[in-house]
Ligand binder design. Sequence first.
Ligand SMILES: [Fe+2]
Length: 209
Amino acid sequence: MPVDGKTREDAWALVTEYTDSENLRAHMLAVEAAMRGYARKFDEDEEWWGLLGLVHDFDYEKHQGENGHPFVGVQILDKKGWPREFRRAVLSHADYTGIPRESKAEKALYACDELSGFLVAVALVRPSRSFKDLKVASVKKKLKDKGFAASVSREDIQKGADELGVPLDKHIANVISFLASVEEELGLGDSYEASRGATEEAEEEASAG
Ligand SMILES: [Fe+2]
């Protein structure tokens, strides 16, 4: 079901028009997959949740700074006819907008955003570059290692799980399984190119969005 007439093609067109960075595009695809996974789990509207994950950072690359992302993004979404409820959810994923997260989709977006970035960073420094053999315990270890993906707020990851009402360990396990199903599209697992600088990239990826 499209979101008030908006399709995944519309969402992807926004992503590709505004975002050149492969890493940031991959981040949005990762959050889309996590949102779709949770929508199925909670028996919610998968398309609505998925498109929200896909577009949530589309303006991040071009509009950084206090009045940039996501304020500029929602203005663009408004002009293009994306519904108010959807724009509100995009705003609510950034704490500094002051828009409180109320709906389940808003809480899921926040919970999936930072954690997806962190999990991609963890996958990138593993020999397999894969989520398929990634254990929750390994992720928890990396969370405790303050020097690893230092730009990712551990507090926000915990807060996201709390707001969503899913224990952190369970949330990590859920998102690992959601990301594992799309890892080829994210350039991970078997599709990872060994020539890419894994550690540098992990840091870059973790700080996206
Ligand atoms: Fe994000």
